[in-house]
Design a protein around this ligand. Structure first.
Ligand code: URA
Length: 245
């Protein structure tokens, strides 16, 4: 693939802009500047540098973000800054892949929820991870306003009725790990589901953090607002979990 096309596919701008970056000597491959936009490289496994920053070629982008509080999971946020402002420019401007308009969050978290968020431009992955059919478990750490009673845990496990559906929704797992700390596992993703389920048992969510999706947990060293690429191991882990569920 031509270097200019490689840069274009990774979101570095129009073909003209990408050719300009190369011609101006801003791009290096394997430690040497390459200033000919037409030079061919095998893209798989290629790591190139643009203006001193390493960039691994990725046919599809798979990322995790530690969503901080006070951010919206929308491209066009209404009140709070968008989570997409936390990603580097090329990840926000990758060309559209099939039906997916660039890199997108896999599901959404509320503005005041923190924790693990996956992003990708792979439509099949988004579908598999979000579809209720695949039952991908998501673990939430919930800080409650009132002390959690054993009966409240039992009710979440048995199923509670929310206002938009007569069919009860159940927690796949639920435990009180401290008087005001509930660990709740859900396999669906209804609107404000944790907050509404906790309200339905007569308690209230004061803080919400997603720690795990499928077999993947938020790493301790990924600070709020930071992102990283998903590794092949991360992806394999999720594929297995999703397939088994
Ligand atoms: N449930 C909620 O209520 N909010 C979230 O952000 C995620 C799950």
């Amino acid at each position: 693939m031509r270097l200019e096309d490689i840069l274009f596919s990774q979101g570095f701008g129009t073909r003209r802009v990408c050719a300009g970056l190369v011609q101006q000597g801003f791009v290096s491959v394997a430690g040497s500047v390459c200033d000919d936009p037409g030079t061919f490289f095998q893209p798989e496994g290629l790591v190139f540098k643009v203006q001193g920053v390493d960039w691994p070629f990725a046919e599809r982008a798979y990322l995790m973000l530690h969503k901080p509080t006070g951010t919206e999971c929308s491209q066009k946020p209404s009140t709070w800054p968008s989570i997409y402002t936390l990603l580097p420019g090329p990840l926000r401007t990758r060309p559209q892949k099939a039906a997916v308009q660039g890199v997108q969050a896999v599901g959404r978290l509320d503005q005041d929820t923190t924790g693990l968020l996956l992003l990708t431009d792979d439509g099949k992955f988004i579908h598999r991870m979000s579809s209720p059919k695949h039952h991908v478990p998501k673990v939430y750490e919930v800080t409650t306003k009132y002390e959690i009673l054993p009966d409240q845990v039992d009710r979440l496990l048995a199923g509670v009725v929310l206002d938009d559906d007569p069919k009860p929704v159940k927690a796949a797992a639920c435990e009180a790990v401290a008087p005001l700390h509930l660990r709740l596992t859900l396999t669906e993703g209804k609107y404000h589901q944790v907050k509404r389920m906790v309200a339905a048992i007569g308690n209230r969510v004061e803080g919400l953090h997603r720690s795990t999706i499928g077999g993947l947990s938020l790493p301790d060293d990924l600070a709020p607002g930071q992102w990283r690429w998903l590794t092949a191991d991360d992806l394999a882990l999720m594929a297995v979990r999703a397939a088994k569920a």
